[in-house]
Write a protein that binds this ligand. Structure first.
Ligand code: FES
Ligand SMILES: [Fe+2]
Length: 354
C-alpha cells in the first residue's frame, strides 16, 4: 500500500508545539511517513521542509538556520523557505528546479499546523476553529505523547465515552456506573465527523476533578460534548454544575466549573502517532497547582488508554485481517471512518483525474 492509500493528504496536521522551536531549535519529526524538519526563521516565520538534502540525503535538521533559510551542513547547500536551493558552495549555476519539498506551515493557538497535500489547496481557513485555545479566560499546559499505534485506534478510543467507566475508574471516569446510567443524548453525524452529547446527573465528582475543588462530596451534573473531526481532532467541552439546579435545561448555575480539551492526532507512520493536547480550565486560573494537577491527571488517564491501544496495535500487527464485531456504542466511530474514507476517496479520484 502506498501512503496515499493510508492517509488523507489534503489536510492540516499539527506538527509541533510552537514552544518546541524556541531558541532556534529544529524539530525533526516524521509525519505521514515523511521526514520533516520544522524551524523558526529569524523573521519569526515557521518553515517546514523535507528533512533530506536533495544532494546526498543528509538530514537538513543537522544543518544551520541562516536568516529564514536552512543550510545543509554536509556540502553547504542553502535552501530558502520555499525549499528552493539558493546557494551551492563552489558552483555558480543553480538549476532552477533544484531543491527540497516545502510544506505550507501556519502557527495558530501555539501550535504549528502543516499542510501535507497539494500546495494550491492549502487554505489556512480550513484549520479547525477552537476559540478556547486562544482565549485568556482558559488556562492549560501544552502536552505531547507518542503512541505506538495507528491514529484511528486513538480516535476510536476517544469516540467512546463508555470506556471512561472501565479504563478510567480511578482517574477520569469515577465509577463503572457511568457506563450504565449515561447515554448519548444525541449523536449528530457531521460531514467531517460527529458530535455527541452525554449527561451524567447527580453524580460524585470524578477523581481528577475532585483533586482541584474544595467541595469534594457535593454532587454534580456532568455534561460532555465531544466532537471528533477529520483527520483526527477531538474537542471536548466538559461542564460540572452543582447537581439538581437545572443545568440540563440551560440554566446558568452558580458554581459551575468547565473544561475545554483539544487533542490532535497526527500520524507519524501507519502504526505510530503524535498526540498533541491541552486541557483547559476556567476556574482558579491563577493557581498553577490546579493547572499542573489537571495536566498530571489527564496524562495518567492517557497512559491507561495507551496501554490498551498499543496492545491492540500488536494484535493487528500479528493478524491485520482480524475481523471486529460492532456494538451499538460504535456508531459514532463507524461514522467517523465512513467520513474519512469519503474524503480519501475524493482525494484519490481527483488525483486520478488530474
Ligand atoms: S548532502 Fe546536503 S549539501 Fe551535500
Ligand atoms: Fe480514555
Amino acid at each position: 500500500m502506498s501512503h496515499d492509500e493510508v492517509f488523507l493528504r489534503n489536510s492540516w496536521y499539527v506538527a509541533a508545539w510552537a514552544h518546541e522551536l524556541i531558541d532556534g531549535k529544529m524539530v525533526a519529526r516524521t509525519i505521514l511517513e515523511q521526514p520533516i524538519v520544522i524551524y523558526r526563521g529569524e523573521s519569526g516565520k515557521v518553515v517546514a521542509l523535507d528533512d533530506r538534502c536533495c544532494h546526498r540525503a543528509a538530514p537538513l535538521s543537522m544543518g544551520r538556520i541562516e536568516g529564514d533559510d536552512l543550510r545543509c551542513m554536509y556540502h553547504g547547500m542553502k535552501f530558502e523557505p520555499s525549499g528552493k536551493c539558493i546557494q551551492i558552495p563552489g558552483q555558480e549555476m543553480i538549476p532552477p528546479k533544484l531543491g527540497v519539498r516545502s510544506y505550507p506551515a501556519v502557527e495558530r493557538y501555539g501550535l504549528v499546523f502543516i499542510w501535507t497535500g497539494d500546495i494550491e489547496k492549502a487554505d489556512p481557513a480550513l484549520i479547525v476553529d477552537y476559540p478556547p485555545l486562544a482565549d485568556a479566560k482558559w488556562r492549560g499546559l501544552p502536552g505531547y505523547m507518542h503512541y505506538k499505534a495507528n491514529w484511528l485506534l486513538i480516535v476510536d478510543n476517544l469516540s467512546d465515552f463508555a470506556h471512561l467507566a472501565f479504563v478510567h475508574t480511578n482517574t477520569l471516569g469515577g465509577s463503572e456506573e457511568y457506563a450504565y446510567t449515561t447515554k448519548p443524548v444525541a449523536v449528530e453525524r457531521l460531514d467531517d465527523g460527529f458530535r455527541v452529547e452525554r449527561w451524567h446527573m447527580n453524580a460524585e465528582p470524578p477523581p481528577y476533578h475532585k483533586k482541584v475543588i474544595r467541595n469534594k462530596t457535593d454532587h454534580v451534573d456532568r455534561r460532555n460534548i465531544g466532537r471528533m473531526l477529520v483527520p483526527g481532532i477531538f474537542l471536548l467541552d466538559t461542564m460540572f454544575a452543582p447537581a439538581g439546579k437545572g443545568a440540563e435545561k440551560g440554566v446558568a448555575v452558580e458554581g459551575t466549573r468547565q473544561y475545554r480539551n483539544a487533542q490532535f492526532m497526527t500520524p507519524e507512520t501507519r502504526s505510530s502517532t503524535h498526540f498533541f493536547w491541552n486541557y483547559l480550565h476556567d476556574f482558579d486560573i491563577d493557581d498553577p497547582n490546579i493547572t499542573l494537577s489537571l495536566r498530571h491527571s489527564l496524562e495518567e488517564g492517557f497512559m491507561e488508554d495507551k496501554a490498551i491501544i498499543e496492545a491492540q496495535q500488536k494484535v493487528f500487527d500479528a493478524d491485520p485481517n482480524y475481523e471486529l464485531l460492532a456494538i451499538r456504542a460504535d456508531a459514532p466511530l463507524s461514522h467517523f471512518r465512513w467520513a474519512l474514507k469519503g474524503r480519501m476517496e475524493a482525494e484519490r479520484n481527483a488525483r486520478a483525474a488530474a
